[in-house]
Design a protein around this ligand. Structure first.
Ligand SMILES: Nc1ncnc2c1ncn2[C@@H]1O[C@H](COP(=O)(O)OP(=O)(O)OP(=O)(O)O)[C@@H](O)[C@H]1O
Ligand code: SF4
Ligand SMILES: [Mg+2]
Length: 388
């Protein structure tokens, strides 16, 4: 029997083939700004290795809202990409979804078969992969690659799909799309190839867009243009965006809310302005103190001593204990769970980093957005850390 979600999806996929009709359809399916589009609860991913099974993502929870950006922030290896791949249902063969719910517009993707999940890739969820610059197929024209989603999901013929590909290229700011649609990936610059990959991810107007380090390997001016494009597409489609990054300035400028990850766990989350103004986990605090904007002239840049634990060597108790300046006996014995934080301070919403993240640029913290996601932290002492 078809569920309400199936029926709604079928209705959407019957949309007409022209860009104008697609735009109308987009408007019709747009979520209302700030509606919760995605809820992730207790997400766990295991990796089968020759040394046994390890848990790479553990009890991860967050939500993403229409027209807003959630940043997944953390050091290399903390499980950001693994989380993204688990959401998109495209994990490596050695990885298993061990637990959790991934509720996208009312449907728990985690409960679907791999085959059923394929239907969601494109129409409901788009992903721009890390190292995406190598993701385009060198032997097909970009028009063919951009048109594929329309042929597969909407049953368009080659001519109609090419028409949609040209429209997409216009949307993402690729000049002369009518002629360039016949070009091959190597004929585009790195920034233009990234635009093409973003175009592929948003081709079917998904409710959720995951962008995994979308500006890595691009120079600074092109990075800014790509971030501007993502912002424009988010606003046009009222998409929920999950932006994966290890860059605090990018989070401050682009994101509404943030989930800070460490060793596969979300250790703190909440509105960016609040988390950055008043961090409630020692790891978040350490990350913020390592950003130069906090420093007086001549002061030394702090860094977090040590490195994250290996997946084979995750300690009992708190995952951050080996690097935490506040560690106590209870931290070694009991793992703190992510829980609401009481008594957080009111931030300066226009300047959450406490300085100018990039001199002269406004920090993108929207005002008047209600209701806000709750502040949470996974630390036994989250209420006290800023008094220590
Ligand atoms: N296919 C795999 N086999 C074994 N281990 C893996 C595999 N993929 C990822 N890992 C491990 O899982 C952990 C999480 O990796 P992930 O790629 O999610 O990190 P990340 O936060 O995205 O880091 P980065 O910022 O470097 O991209 C790491 O310890 C990584 O080594
Ligand atoms: S629970 Fe303990 S070790 Fe872990 S972050 Fe908090 S104070 Fe540090
Ligand atoms: Mg990654």
């Amino acid at each position: 029997m078809k569920t309400a979600t199936d029926q709604a999806r079928a209705k959407r996929s019957r949309g007409a083939a022209t860009p104008a009709a697609a735009a109308t359809r987009t408007a019709a399916v747009q979520a209302k700004a700030h509606d919760v589009v995605l809820q992730v609860r207790d997400l766990a991913v295991d990796i089968r290795t020759h040394r046994g099974t390890v848990r790479a993502v553990n009890s991860v929870a967050f939500e993403a809202r229409a027209g807003e950006t959630l940043a997944l922030l953390g050091e290399s290896g903390c499980g950001k990409s693994m989380t993204a791949k688990a959401l998109a249902g495209i994990m490596d063969p050695v990885c298993d979804l061990a637990d959790g719910e991934i509720v996208l517009n009312g449907t728990d993707l985690a409960s679907l078969s791999a085959r059923e999940r394929l239907k969601f890739a494109g129409p409901e969820l788009g992903i721009v992969f890390q190292d995406a610059l190598t993701a385009l197929n060198p032997v097909y024209t970009v028009g063919t690659q951009l048109g594929e989603a329309f042929r597969i999901h909407r049953g368009l013929n080659a001519k109609e799909a090419r028409f949609e590909a040209i429209d997409l290229m216009k949307r993402v700011g690729i000049p002369e799309p009518e002629s360039r649609v016949n070009s091959y990936p190597h004929q585009f610059s790195g920034g233009m190839r990234q635009r093409i990959l973003i175009a592929m991810a948003v081709a079917l107007n998904p409710r959720l867009l995951i962008a995994d380090e979308p500006t890595t390997a691009l120079d600074v001016t092109v990075q800014a243009q790509i971030m501007q494009l993502l912002r424009k597409l988010r606003e046009e489609g009222q998409m929920a965006v999950i932006l994966i990054t290890h860059d605090l300035a990018v989070v401050a400028e682009e994101a509404d809310s943030v989930a800070v990850m460490y060793a596969g766990n979300v250790v703190e989350s909440g509105p960016v302005s609040e988390v950055f103004a008043d961090p409630r986990h020692p790891y978040t605090k350490g990350l913020l103190e390592s950003v130069p904007v906090h420093l007086e002239r001549g002061a030394k840049l702090k860094s977090i001593a040590g490195s994250p634990p290996e997946l084979h060597d995750i300690p009992a108790g708190c995952v951050y204990q080996s690097r935490c300046p506040l560690v106590q006996d209870i931290c070694r014995a009991e793992r703190p769970v992510l829980r609401p934080v009481a008594g957080a301070r009111t931030p300066d919403a226009r300047n959450p980093l406490g300085g100018s993240a990039v001199a002269g640029d406004p920090v993108n913290i929207p005002s008047g957005k209600e209701p806000r996601p709750a502040r949470t932290a996974a630390c036994h002492f989250s209420e006290e850390i800023n008094n220590v």
